[in-house]
Design a protein around this ligand. Structure first.
Ligand code: HAM
Length: 436
């Protein structure tokens, strides 16, 4: 039997409706903040991710799925090296949405100098070659936003407020959510801080793992996230970024926190929160659900240098993304229904000889926008009623020989089993009124 790829999931039934609801909620909420939907291609040039996410990140070094056409793959296997490939032949499936959106913003000049900010949101599949486990997939789905052209700390606070409202609308009990925030500094103060952390790791080289020593070379801040307990213990004594911010970054961070306080959003300051993508500057944040064991259900931050890294003019930016599958797991644990309510449904039941009458009735109901189900297997009336229950129909239209001869339909309320007859000419209006 053919099987799906490990670490991927099929979205169907209630799970698909849950994903659709997540996108609908995003469209409504983010739309009210002025965000328009965008969809960028699932494949991009590798360079887009290398420039944006950072060459030294795990996402780029180990987790990107590379894409080759069959013909190109054959050539590669023959030559034994990809060194002859042009940039446009080096392709990868997107591991996240930000780099592609920023690439599109540069390519189409979304934010000409001096123009007002551009706000976009997306709901898309992402791909990372990670070891599959609970809440960690190789193809997963994110809803995210990117806000380009805003430097104001009010934008950081609004992004976070909007994110927390999103979780609430999706059904989370807000008291179970932990929002962690930090400031990572900027081009003025981060390089010196990185050096301090590197020196600290080298000063403790005996106690640190091999990976951390390698990280010290290329990306020392990643050691704050090392899985090794001994390294974590050492890193607890490491210099903290918030003690080493320049005046501008300290002021920016203070204002973000003041806005969050004013909005009544509670947060935990975590000076060791560094995130796994290199493009962040200043504000970063992550959200976890207490006791869920699924990891972060969302995260984001500011990336004021990313537009330039992707070849554009200096333009500040910020955003976040939330993971659908992790949210679904955490919501399920809280007993919340993720899929929301389905539209009310009517079922048109009939005896076999009245099949044609059902055809016209269902056509008229569907053209009027009513969710309508019917039988296509010649089942008995009794099993059609059972099927109607299964479909969640609150109303049945029954068409038998007597009804058709008299030009009427019987309407059966599926919860009370009460029945009334209505003229066929007013069937659509009657059904709509009762479903409403
Ligand atoms: P990220 O923290 O890498 O950020 O991913 C955001 C969310 O996607 C995570 O919090 C998690 O819920 C989900 N996620 C990540 N990896 C996986 C996985 N392998 N399986 C299941 N869920 C996963 C970003 O992607 C940034 N682009 C967010 C951002 C937007 N920053 C600024 N703008």
């Amino acid at each position: 039997m053919a099987q799906r790829v490990q670490g991927t999931e099929d979205l169907y039934g209630g799970y698909m409706r849950a994903w659709e609801r997540m996108c609908r909620t995003a469209g409504e909420l983010f739309g009210s903040y002025g965000f328009d939907r965008i969809e960028t291609p699932a494949i991009e040039q590798v360079a887009t991710f290398v420039h944006g996410i950072g060459e030294s990140t795990d996402v780029v070094r180990k987790e990107m799925f590379r894409v080759f056409s069959g013909a190109l793959m054959e050539r590669l296997l023959e030559s034994g090296s990809e060194s002859g490939l042009k940039a446009k032949q080096r392709l990868a499936l997107r591991p996240e949405g930000t780099a592609g959106v920023v690439r599109a913003a540069v390519e189409h000049n979304f934010v000409p100098q001096g123009a007002s900010p551009v706000k976009v949101w997306y709901g898309e599949a992402m791909f990372r070659g990670e070891r599959p486990q609970k809440g960690r997939l190789r193809q997963f789905h994110q809803v995210g936003v990117e806000w380009l052209g805003a430097e104001d700390p009010a934008a950081d606070a609004e992004c976070i407020i909007m994110l927390m409202e999103f979780y609430k609308r999706m059904g989370f009990d807000p008291s179970t959510l932990t929002l962690r925030i930090n400031s990572m500094g900027d081009a003025a103060c981060r390089p010196a801080y990185r050096e301090m952390v590197r020196d600290f790791i080298y000063a403790h080289r005996e106690e640190m793992c091999e990976d951390c020593l390698e990280r010290a070379e290329i990306n020392p801040l990643r050691s704050f996230d090392c899985k090794n307990e001994r390294c974590r213990e050492v890193m607890r004594e490491a210099p903290l970024v918030t003690d080493n911010l320049c005046d501008d970054c300290r002021e920016h961070y203070a204002r973000v926190k003041a806005y969050l306080d004013e909005a009544g959003v509670s947060y935990v300051e975590d000076p060791t929160l560094v995130r796994g993508l290199d493009y962040y500057t200043r504000t970063v944040f992550e959200v976890e659900v207490a006791g869920s064991g699924v990891g972060a259900i969302g995260g984001g931050g500011r990336y004021d240098g990313l537009m330039e890294l992707e070849g554009g003019k200096p333009t500040p930016g910020l955003g976040f993304a939330v993971g659908f599958e992790r949210m679904a797991l955490a919501l399920e644990q809280q007993g919340a229904s993720l899929e929301g309510e389905r539209p009310a449904c009517v079922y048109v039941a009939c005896t076999p000889e009245e099949r044609d009458a059902v055809f016209s009735a269902t056509l008229a109901l569907r053209q009027a926008g009513v969710r309508t189900e019917a039988d296509y297997q010649g089942r008995s009336l009794k099993s059609q009623f059972k099927q109607a229950d299964k479909e969640g129909a609150s109303l049945c239209v029954v068409l038998g020989p007597d009804e058709v001869a008299a030009g009427v339909a019987t309407l059966r309320d599926m919860s009370t089993h009460e029945q009334v007859q209505v003229p066929m000419a007013s069937l659509v209006d009657e059904v709509r009124a009762r479903l409403a």
